[in-house]
Design a protein around this ligand. Sequence first.
Ligand code: HEM
Length: 193
Amino acid sequence: MIDNVDLISRWLHMLAAMAAVGGTLFMRLALLPATAQLSPEAREPFLQAVRSRWAKVVMTAILLLLVSGLYNISRKEVTYQVSPLYHALFGIKFLLALGIFFLASALVGRAEAYAAIRRQAGKWLVVNLLLAVLVVCVSGVLRQIELERKPATPGAPQRSAFRTSNIPTCVPAAARLARLPPGTACRATQGYT
Ligand code: HEM
């Protein structure tokens, strides 16, 4: 089933993740090493100017990831019988993501309590990148886990622009696209799988 809101949420989730992770990579591999050529008097004001601009991107990305991620998981829970493995991996991913959000906020913020993190920005940017790689890997596994679709409530309206009822019931490729469990679409009719 292709759902417009699901699709927009997926786009926002991926775009926010790309912007945040890509920006972190750029900072660690290009920007930070380049500032080594600046004098100490010029370096700190320059880094502060970069941080205050980048903070807006970081906060927007965190907001989008949280909103789209919570929407994604609530849709999963409503649509599928979510397995304990899925829940466990999702819990790990969520905790890792919170760690990333904390470090990213500390690195771009002004709070005196986190000045030590900013002084060692190179090290903490690498830690954040490694955590982000883990989060992306866990997300990929989550996507691969096959979940059983919950039985549809009889008479409940489908809000998709591409309703499953529009799919010819015995076209296996269409059934796969609609993420129906194998055989479901056809069992009632001709026995195709
Ligand atoms: C650093 C933060 C994050 C990164 C880099 C990230 C990355 C990703 C990626 C790459 C996907 C796969 C998208 C796809 O193939 O459609 C994904 C899916 C998902 N993400 Fe995130 N995400 C982050 C944070 C979050 C948070 C905070 C939540 C929950 C509040 C969340 C919930 C989900 C869910 C439920 C999915 C769908 C998994 C599935 O297909 O079963 N994500 N994420």
